[in-house]
Ligand binder design. Structure first.
Ligand code: SAM
Length: 337
């Protein structure tokens, strides 16, 4: 196993803490892994470290670019002159200023973002651009209260008021008021250090997974879709980052696992398209919908060797005695005829 560390990403629903547990079930003899809902990239990165050939996919462009910079990329890093390119020139009124001033950030911050976005296009190749976007992404997420883009401006302003935050919550949250540039500079070394070559071909894709199943070849497919019934609207969390990247307003994506009414049918459809993969790994938990039993039944329609392993996750709600048991499931289907 290659000794490398994922840099700080801060992605809702990431599997960073349990990537070792999940990958410990990867069967001997596999050579390739398809991380089909890659998000913050933790499982694809783990698979890359283990020496597998990795295909990573996510419907959000921002997640695809993260995978492009850390998984597909073997050697390109951002050097001092690249960093100079990103931050040169004067902030101006562009897409972010026009659309998101006093919505997510202050007007002058939006103008800085507009400048950096334009400058990133002057970097010399696609990997450097992807790393720079990933670092700006990290800075934007860090400056957003609750790290997601579905918070109202009044609340954002309130939580960015350090005195208010301190008096109310005992935390200043000063990192919300650190500049994008300082966040970027603080993280660039860790992102550069995380880039390595595992001597395999690794690819990042940006598509609806439902359109890729069967066409992407791999021994093992890892499925970590949004957990229905929990707070799982990824377009609302991160869609504005994709809008920043493409400088245009976007509409939410379909096949998103948000709606309880359609989620069972969506899972059924997903599992029905997996026949070309030898191993199917699915993450889920006990506070989401549908239940473990329903998922077992659905998987068993398409594969006759399915098991589930569980990992207890105990977290306190209030006080000592009020503990809620949260279980993380890993369904493992072995589809060898
Ligand atoms: C639970 S998160 C994955 C977390 C990831 N395993 C990690 O460790 O960070 C689910 C991801 O699925 C993506 N997604 C949702 N629907 C999708 C679809 N139809 N096709 C591709 N990606 C999708 C979301 O954008 C989100 O990034």
């Amino acid at each position: 196993m290659i000794n490398k560390e994922l840099p700080k990403i801060n992605f809702i629903g990431n599997k960073e803490n349990i990537s070792g547990w999940i990958s410990s079930f990867f069967p001997a003899g596999i050579k390739s892994v398809f991380d089909a809902f890659s998000g913050g990239g933790s499982i694809g990165y783990q698979a890359k470290k283990m020496g597998f050939s990795v295909v990573s996919n996510d419907i959000l462009r921002v997640n695809y670019l993260l995978a492009k910079s850390l998984i597909e990329n073997n050697s390109e890093i951002l050097n001092d002159s690249d960093i100079e390119v990103v931050f040169r020139g004067k902030p101006f009124r562009g897409f972010m200023f026009e659309n998101y001033s006093n919505v997510f950030f202050f007007p002058e911050e939006c103008m800085e973002l507009d400048l950096y976005r334009k400058n990133i296009e002057d970097l010399s190749n696609e990997f450097k651009k992807a790393i720079a976007i990933s670092l700006i992404r990290r800075a934007m997420v860090r400056k957003m209260p609750y790290s997601r883009f579905n918070i109202k401006w009044d609340k954002i302003k309130q939580l960015r008021d350090e005195e208010y935050s301190y008096n109310k919550y005992g935390r200043r949250r000063a990192y919300h008021n650190i500049s994008f540039k300082d966040h970027f500079l603080e993280n660039v070394k860790d992102y550069n250090n995380a880039i390595f070559d595992n001597n395999k071909k690794n690819i990042a894709l940006n598509d609806d997974t439902f359109d890729l199943l069967g066409t992407v070849k791999a021994d093992l497919i890892y499925l970590d879709p949004p957990y229905t019934g929990t707070m799982n609207n990824y377009f609302s969390f991160y869609g504005p980052l994709d809008e920043y990247i493409s400088s245009k307003k976007l509409t939410p994506f379909k096949n998103n696992f948000i709606d309880k009414q359609t989620s069972v049918a969506l899972f059924d459809n997903l599992f029905s398209k997996l026949s070309s993969y030898k191993y199917w790994f699915l993450s889920y938990n006990n506070s989401s919908y549908p239940s473990k039993e329903t998922l077992m039944d659905l998987l068993s329609k398409y594969c006759n060797n399915v098991k589930v392993v569980e990992r207890g996750h105990e977290y306190k709600i209030t006080g000592k005695d009020n503990k809620q048991k949260n279980k993380e499931y890993l369904f493992i289907a072995t589809n060898i005829k």
